[in-house]
Design a protein around this ligand. Sequence first.
Ligand code: FE2
Length: 391
Amino acid sequence: MAIELIPLPLPPSADASKFVDFGREVRGVDPGSLKPDSELFERVKDALYKHDALLFRDVKLTPEQQYALTKAFDPLSENYGHGNGKTQGTKKSILHPDLKTIPRVPQVQLIGNGTVYNHEGLAEAMLKHPSHTTFHKTRVSPEDEANGITRFYRWHIDAALVTTLYGINVPTGDRQLCRYDDGTGDELDVSLGTTAFVSGKTMFDMLPKDLKSLAVRSKVRYAPHPYVWMAPAHAMSTGLGIESEGLELPLDELPPWEEERRKDLPVTWKNPVTGNLHFQVHPCGAAELLVDALPAGASREGALYPDGAHLTDLKEVRELLYKMQRPAIAPKLVYPHDWRENDLVLFHNRGVLHSVVGAFTKDQVRAFHQCNLAASDDPVGPTQADIEAYA
Ligand SMILES: [Fe+2]
């Protein structure tokens, strides 16, 4: 059977014209038996770079197969991609309580909700779907929550090149209404426990000229141990970053870190297959902005920071990033995946941002396998030609 790539089913809320290249369902391929160096694997990899998210339906996938598949996209990668070994060992990290690893294949995590019994060597696993009520500064009232009102939990990028998410138990339940609660009135109808995706390419493409120029000239300096650093702080109601209340853990109270190992990553990442630029910033972890001056010959008219800048005021940095990222999470630009059992979704963390959404009750048991191996290299930023084109 030949490989087939079919556009993903978009919800009525989506602006189809913005999803022409985004997402494909792959048919005719058994992802569990893909051989890393085969031509078929290369076709799938190419499709992932071109479309950012791939869906396989009715998949049977062991944890071993999922690990092998995930690793095939980045053979030099190892270990779980959310944070690093030091962070995993730190109780303070807000990622800590969400993780249960499969004993046989610790690179694969069991995530979900409710209590799961006799699962892949785990006698009993108590899972908790992340809730905005423990992370956001404000929360949906219990009455509204009972009526199906919910929020995006946290827009982010995994540290992996590719994340694989496999839905094993998908509880059915009423649809929920994801509210932005930021004064815009924006809201999005979603299936229970959807995973929401937005395109980093769209995020870049829709910026006005002055912000495109800023984006291609800027790098983000991330906080060391970002998930420990942000643990005492509260997120925005949209899940797109942190409120500036001065609650972050002081840098000298973090686990050991070295200044040289802090991550400075470009704001825009260049897709190696399409050449497109994607606006890829993890807003919660961003601490500073390093802006290069305009290249020689570029017009200074209307340019922001034409001589370059190093922005260290956290509130200012966050407000600038929010201004650039918020337009792209508008309801019409979000792909909320409507999970079915045995769906496997692969996504390219250098092309998309994603968020957990929704709230389950205790008796709604959900079990997913996630594999996400810390990328073996750093993303590549814009070329000099890109900078000259957009500056
Ligand atoms: Fe994630």
